[in-house]
Design a protein around this ligand. Structure first.
Ligand SMILES: C[S@@+](CC[C@H](N)C(=O)[O-])C[C@H]1O[C@@H](n2cnc3c(N)ncnc32)[C@H](O)[C@@H]1O
Length: 360
């Protein structure tokens, strides 16, 4: 795990990094954002194979801040942050949720902002510079929550929010190598200090391990075929770019098996999860969070795939069975039709919220 770097004391070392990997609002960001505006249904994978894309939809928030916060209204309702409270945003990103939370807690409140990506954290710091609460910024993994709160001298908080995964600007930047539609180095690390890139994994792992990784992280039933394709391709030439990997995956999957989504989608998701240790981080967060929530404190987790949601559901149930919390979402909150239409990226979002018992 990357060493803890405290940036709330204005760690200027971050500045140089921010220049290279901020993923700052890109003027053409929305050009890559698809809204399905074709007059008839054409699966995205087929469009992509034909070198075509769906018509873009413009998002003010995405254009301005690089990301549109998902389930914002629902998160504010259920987390119900109050004036003067202390809030921890584990995944500050472009500060969409953080800005709304800052308004709720006001001048007397404290907002602790974490992100493992120094570029996004720097953006959030700028966006929140006139925010009313006391804001503290930490470039850290939320799995290090205990260390961060100790360093900030905050024993417990009223609200914890984790909006998992990646922000739109990260997804659409060629520097992170997260998207199979944008060519760039096959990196995928959200924290540049992480040890292994996606290229390290696809070029170094044995075939079986690669197949297991793709199957376990993304439930891709074609994982063995894809792993075989990757291993054959890397014997000819090192796999270094996203376009190269996407091409290899697409050629490993028979055209007849192309479905609604591009065959490279799951492989990219699986690799990103592995590179950034996403499932391990989530488990660690859920292990330590109750110990750092005040009685009556709320925790909300927004997840984007079934594996994450399952873990959150099980842990919340366990806490409830132990009489430690009340689960406020018997079913996960999902975006409205309107939100899904205006922000297609929100489609797979699920949010679960729990409130710790006063006597826990
Ligand atoms: C979906 S975005 C959050 C967007 C944010 N809620 C907003 O409204 O702008 C996820 C963010 O969490 C960060 N992240 C992902 N995993 C993390 C982890 N384990 N620890 C800290 N930050 C993480 C990513 O770098 C990214 O900036």
């Amino acid at each position: 795990m990357a060493p803890l770097v405290f940036t709330d004391e204005h760690d200027r070392a971050m500045e140089g990094m921010a220049g290279t990997r901020t993923g700052q609002s890109c003027p053409c960001l929305f050009l890559n954002f698809y809204a399905g505006a074709w007059p008839f249904h054409v699966p995205a994978a087929r469009l992509s194979a034909l070198g075509l894309r769906r018509k873009p939809l413009l998002h003010m928030d995405t254009a301005q801040h690089g990301h549109e916060p998902v389930l914002l209204h629902e998160a504010m309702e259920l987390l119900s942050a109050q004036s003067g409270e202390t809030v921890l945003d584990c995944t500050t990103g472009r500060a969409g949720h953080a800005s709304a939370l800052a308004e709720k807690i006001g001048k007397a409140g404290t907002l602790v902002c974490l992100d493992m990506d120094p570029g996004n954290l720097d953006f959030a710091r700028q966006r929140l510079k006139n925010a009313a609460p006391t804001c503290r910024f930490f470039q850290a993994n939320f799995a290090q929550l205990v260390d961060v709160l100790d360093a900030a001298n905050i024993p417990a908080v009223d609200v914890i929010l984790a909006d998992l995964g990646v922000s739109t600007n990260q997804m659409l930047s060629d520097q992170y190598g997260l998207s199979f539609t944008i060519d760039g180095p096959l990196d995928m690390r959200l924290d540049p200090q992480l040890a292994h890139t996606a290229a390290d994994l696809v070029n170094g792992l044995p075939e079986k391990q690669l197949a297991d990784l793709i199957f376990n992280n993304a439930q891709d039933r074609l994982s063995r075929r894809i792993a075989r394709g990757i291993v054959q391709a890397r014997q000819v030439k090192k796999i270094a770019t996203t376009a190269q990997l996407a091409g290899i995956v697409r050629s490993a999957v028979p055209y007849a098996r192309f479905g609604q989504i591009d065959p490279a989608t799951r492989t990219f998701q699986a690799l990103r999860m592995e590179v950034n240790h996403e499932m391990e981080n989530l488990s660690e967060l859920l292990k330590v969070a109750p110990g750092r929530l005040k009685p009556g404190g709320r925790i909300g987790i927004i997840s984007f795939h079934s594996g994450e949601d399952r873990v959150v559901k099980q842990i919340f149930r366990q806490w409830a069975a132990e009489n430690r919390c009340e689960v406020l979402t018997s079913k996960p909150m999902v975006p409205t039709e309107f939100e899904m239409a205006s922000n297609p990226r929100s489609r797979s979002a699920k949010m679960r919220v729990a409130r710790m018992r006063m006597d826990a």
